[in-house]
Unconditional design. Structure first.
Length: 214
């Protein structure tokens, strides 16, 4: 099963993608996580990506597409994957389709997690991310057991630089301009499924499972 998660920054794509990956035994591929790991490790890619990410801008398509398509060659992708944060532009979606068409494959579902902008701004200021394993929490909705500490690995939780309110507004603008057109794109391919992302995370997941099947 090949799944794409669509939705604004903070809509809950990552939260749901992790649960999908677990239930359907497919890898969760997050381009944001890949870039953050590269930044942490001080790679050339990380240095380039950081200049865009810090400004709330998208990393250029040519730095993203091959990275993701190469990832599909790993053994764990044999039964599909859930893509979180990719594609984010029409050219990325076209490159993905072209790469899949070459091997006679296609995306099965593009799940749009729908959350209005007003809710997003509030959500992002409460998001806390683990510096080590990438787990995500929310101060009110999904708090860690111990304040400031990751439940899974015990590392420190931080507010991402790009989750500060000034940058969030900019990321939302970028989302509406560059990523939202993918909703029409995948509608025209007959794979788009909408779920309400404003309800609690278990309800969102139940709606997704209804779409994907048990
Ligand atoms: P969120 O989950 O809040 O939407 P991500 O972790 O997916 O954020 O992405 C963080 C940042 O990484 C983005 O704002 C963007 O700069 C960069 N990024 C991630 N994926 C892509 C992509 N597919 N194309 C371009 N830039 C990307
Ligand atoms: P995205 O990957 O789309 O940027 P995340 O999955 O990181 O979004 O979620 C953004 C923030 O909102 C996180 O702090 C997360 O814990 C929280 N969150 C996710 N889903 C919900 C939900 N259904 N209700 C309330 N908060 C949520
Ligand atoms: Zn952790």
């Amino acid at each position: 099963m090949k799944i794409i998660m669509l939705g604004a920054p903070g809509a809950g794509k990552g939260t749901q993608a992790k649960k999908i990956a677990e239930k359907y035994s497919i890898p969760h591929i997050s381009t944001g996580d890949i870039f953050r790991a590269n930044i942490k490790n001080g790679t050339e890619l990380g240095k380039k990506a950081k200049t865009y990410m810090d400004q709330g801008l998208l990393v250029p398509d040519e730095l993203v597409v091959d990275l993701v398509i190469d990832r599909f060659a790993q053994d764990d992708c044999a039964n599909g994957y859930v893509l979180d944060g990719f594609p984010r532009t029409i050219p990325q979606a076209e490159a993905l389709d072209a790469a899949l068409a070459k091997i006679n494959e296609k995306i099965d579902y593009a799940i749009n997690v729908e959350v209005p902008d007003e809710n997003i701004i509030k959500r992002m200021s409460g998001r806390r991310a683990c510096v080590s394993c990438g787990a995500t929490y929310h101060l009110e909705h999904i708090p860690p057991k111990k304040e400031g500490i990751c439940d899974t690995c015990g590392a420190e939780l931080i507010l991402r630089d790009d989750d500060k309110p000034e940058t969030v507004q900019k990321r939302l603008n970028v989302y509406h301009e560059q990523t939202q057109p993918l909703i029409d794109y995948y509608t025209s391919k007959n794979v788009l499924k909408e779920v309400d992302g404003t309800v609690d995370m278990a309800e969102v997941f139940a709606a997704i499972v209804k779409v994907l099947g048990e």
